[in-house]
Each structure stands twice: as structure tokens, then as C-alpha cells.
Design a protein around this ligand. Structure first.
Ligand SMILES: Cc1cc2nc3c(=O)[nH]c(=O)nc-3n(C[C@H](O)[C@H](O)[C@H](O)COP(=O)(O)O)c2cc1C
Length: 385
């Protein structure tokens, strides 16, 4: 099958990845109510078709955090993304560079900050979780600075991890010891193309940024144990002062879903927020981001840059998020599916599909540039708010 849309890449990823890995990227927490809402609520939003304006020239570029980018999107931080294709984060960062958009590297990526910096020539963003060991955090931020990261995305919606049933069912989580490893090995053996590309030729398999503290403990169980033991549940607004002291570049708070929290982020001088529920992977039952975004935009859009993610599977969804009040939109699963299916070329192609869809949506809503996309681009702007 040749992919004609980002969702086609989901099917291709399903066929290429070992079952436990596909379920890890595809799944959400608990009953996946929020995951479904993210997609369904976006789909519900009707774009307002307007005709007979000259749309021969469209400008999809925008400025985020002082830098011009060619499209109003960025690649969201995805933990373990590098296990979906050989040295996967480098491949995705290259595709982002070609498309002229930012790539955001997760704290818990397979490739380290240094490796991604060496594989690209465009600055990328770095995502940080609050980690108990503040010295380690300082060290990571120094490395991000040295790698010339152009923004820090501080993720605040994971003081504790949400439980993902699919990971238990697939054998990714909770399947310890030899039996667990054997189960995953069988699933990997059933996907020889992935096994050759990633399991064999994609070494080392480790968390690049965390490897120095994990030492020789590089198994999947070590990774989850490290997350359980080191993510800091005491994280509070006061910690932003700590981050601010050591990071002088743009600071983006990711995981905001409430107007009061958005205001607090603005009060504390954040440069941006990501309206996000972690792609429905944390607290199941919270509202979709499409629903949470409009009141947040009303409250703080003139004080900081608003990014949004969750359920974005097409260029039409990007336009919907912009119309709901975001300045920019993050793609999450969409890019990981494409990476799994086709590496850098897959992400590159998926981004061109999204761009083409944004163009058509802009032309048929009579928006000639990104700034023209707004509440008037929707049939019933307030309905989901
Ligand atoms: C497999 C997977 C891993 C993720 N890992 C991280 C992470 O390490 N850090 C982070 O801030 N968000 C992480 N997220 C959340 C994404 O950055 C983003 O918020 C979410 O994927 C957006 O929803 P979407 O996938 O429906 O587009 C992860 C999401 C997925 C699907």
C-alpha cells in the first residue's frame, strides 16, 4: 500500500512493527476515552467553506519563538521513537529540517542530544521531564545548550505515569524476566524487516540521554523502572524558577489543559504552552484538547505562544487547531507511524501530505496566510468550547 494520508502510515506501521511496539505508540491510558475524544472532537469541527477569493498564493510560514518556519507545525516529543526505525530520532529530525519545521527530542529518546545535533544542521527543541536528581537535570540542560537547542519544552503532565492497559496486554509492561523477553523476541521475529533494521542494525538500544546514569542496565524493564523511580511527583510551579535559572532560551510548558494553569504559566513568564493531554496517555477522561483549547486561547493568547496537540491526523486538523486559537500545532503519533513505516522518507512524505492538506483547507476557507486562520474559519466557533 502506498500511503495517501497520515492515517495510512498507521496501517503500514502496524504491519512493520512488533506488536508490543505498535501498541505502545498507538495506545492511550485506561479505556482510551480521551484518546478517542481527541480524534473525534477534532473531526466534529466543521470548517467554513468560503469561495471566490484569489487563493493563487498561499503563505504557510509562521514565526514561533523568534524563528520563521515554513509550516505551522512541529514534531512532538516521543519517548523511545528511535526504536521505530534505525536511529529513528535522527531520521525524523532530518525530515523536519527538510520541511523547515522544528523537531522536539524527548528526554527518553533512543538517540542522545549529541547524536541528533551531529545528524542535523538545524536547531531542534528539547523536552524535559522533572527528574528527582536536579544535578542530572542541570547536566541535561547544559547538554541541550551545547547542542544549540532552540527551545525547551518542559512537560508537566507526568508527575506519575498513566496506566496503559495495551502495554500490559502486549507484553511491553509487566512481562518481566526471561518469559517477558521471549514474548517480545517472538513478536520481533514475526517482523523481520524491523528486526533487521532496528534490532540488529539500530544499536545501541538505550536511552541516549539517560544512558550515563543507567549504565549497563539497558533492558526495557530498566527503562520503565528508571521512569518510575526518577520522575519527580513533587514537581510544582516553584520548580519553574529552578528551570528558568538554568535555561535562558524560550521555555514552553507542555501539558496544560486548564485556563487557570495557562494563566499561571503566563504569570511565571513561560514563553509558550502546549495545550495537551499527552495524546490521551495520562489521565483518561479529561477533555480533548480541541475542547480545552478555545477558553485557554481566550485567556492567554495575547500573553504567550499557544501550541496544541492531540488527535491531529491531517492538515485539516492542523487548520482546525489554528482556528480554535493555537499559534502552532504539534504532530505526535502521525510522525511516529510514518517513521516506523518509512524512516526519514516516510516522515518527509507524511509532512508533504499534511502540507498539501493545509493548502487545500486554507484555499477553501479563503485564508491566504496563517494569521488569517481564526474563529471565522469555523462554521460554529464556540461549539466545542
Ligand atoms: C508513544 C508516545 C510517546 C510519547 N512520549 C512523550 C515524551 O517522551 N515526552 C512528552 O512530553 N510527550 C510524549 N508523548 C506525548 C506527545 O508529545 C504528544 O503530546 C501526543 O502524542 C499528541 O497526541 P497525538 O499523538 O494524538 O498527536 C508521547 C506520545 C506517544 C504517542
Amino acid at each position: 500500500m502506498k500511503a495517501a494520508s497520515a492515517l495510512d502510515y498507521r496501517e503500514l506501521a502496524r504491519k512493520r512493527l512488533p506488536h508490543f511496539l505498535f501498541e505502545y505508540i498507538d495506545g492511550g491510558s485506561y479505556s482510551e476515552v480521551t484518546l478517542k475524544r481527541n480524534v473525534a472532537d477534532l473531526e466534529e469541527i466543521a470548517l467554513r467553506q468560503r469561495v471566490l477569493t484569489d487563493v493563487s498564493t498561499l503563505d504557510l510560514s509562521t514565526e514561533l519563538f523568534g524563528r520563521t518556519q515554513l509550516l505551522p507545525i512541529a514534531l512532538a516529543p516521543i519517548g523511545l521513537a528511535g526504536m521505530n526505525a534505525r536511529r529513528g530520532e535522527v531520521q525524523a529530525a532530518r525530515a523536519a529540517q527538510t520541511a523547515g519545521i522544528p523537531f522536539c527530542l524527548s528526554t527518553v529518546s533512543a538517540c542522545s542530544l549529541d547524536e541528533v545535533a551531529a545528524g542535523t544542521s538545524q536547531p531542534f527543541w528539547f523536552q524535559l521531564y522533572m527528574i528527582r536528581d536536579r544535578a542530572f537535570m542541570r547536566d541535561l540542560l547544559a547538554k541541550a545548550k551545547a547542542a544549540q537547542c532552540s527551545a525547551l519544552v518542559f512537560t508537566v503532565d507526568m508527575p506519575v505515569p498513566g496506566s496503559r492497559y495495551r502495554d500490559y496486554r502486549s507484553g511491553l509492561a509487566g512481562a518481566t524476566g526471561l518469559m517477558g523477553a521471549a514474548r517480545r523476541a517472538i513478536q520481533a521475529a514475526l517482523r523481520p524487516a524491523w528486526a533487521y533494521d532496528v534490532a540488529l542494525r539500530g544499536r545501541p538500544h538505550q536511552l541516549g540521554n539517560v544512558a550515563p546514569v543507567l549504565g549497563k542496565n539497558t533492558g526495557l524493564e530498566d527503562f520503565f523502572a528508571w521512569m518510575r523511580n526518577n520522575f519527580d511527583p513533587t514537581v510544582s510551579w516553584n520548580d519553574l524558577t529552578f528551570i528558568r535559572e538554568i535555561w535562558d532560551g524560550p521555555l514552553i510548558i507542555k501539558g496544560i489543559l486548564d485556563v487557570d494553569d495557562a494563566k499561571a504559566a503566563a504569570d511565571l513568564g513561560a514563553d509558550g504552552i502546549v495545550v495537551s493531554n499527552h495524546g490521551g496517555r495520562q489521565l483518561d477522561g479529561v477533555p480533548s484538547t480541541a475542547r480545552a483549547l478555545p477558553p485557554i486561547a481566550d485567556a492567554v493568547r495575547d500573553r504567550l505562544t499557544i501550541l496544541a496537540d492531540g488527535g491531529v491526523r491531517s492538515g485539516l486538523d492542523v487548520v482546525r487547531m489554528l482556528a480554535l486559537g493555537a499559534h502552532g500545532v504539534l504532530l505526535g503519533r502521525a510522525w511516529v507511524y510514518a517513521l516506523a513505516a518509512g524512516g526519514e522518507k516516510g516522515v518527509d512524505h507524511m509532512l508533504r501530505l499534511i502540507e498539501a492538506e493545509i493548502r487545500v483547507a486554507m484555499a477553501l476557507t479563503s485564508c491566504r496566510n496563517i494569521a488569517e486562520i481564526g474563529p471565522g474559519t469555523l462554521v460554529a466557533p464556540g461549539r466545542l468550547g
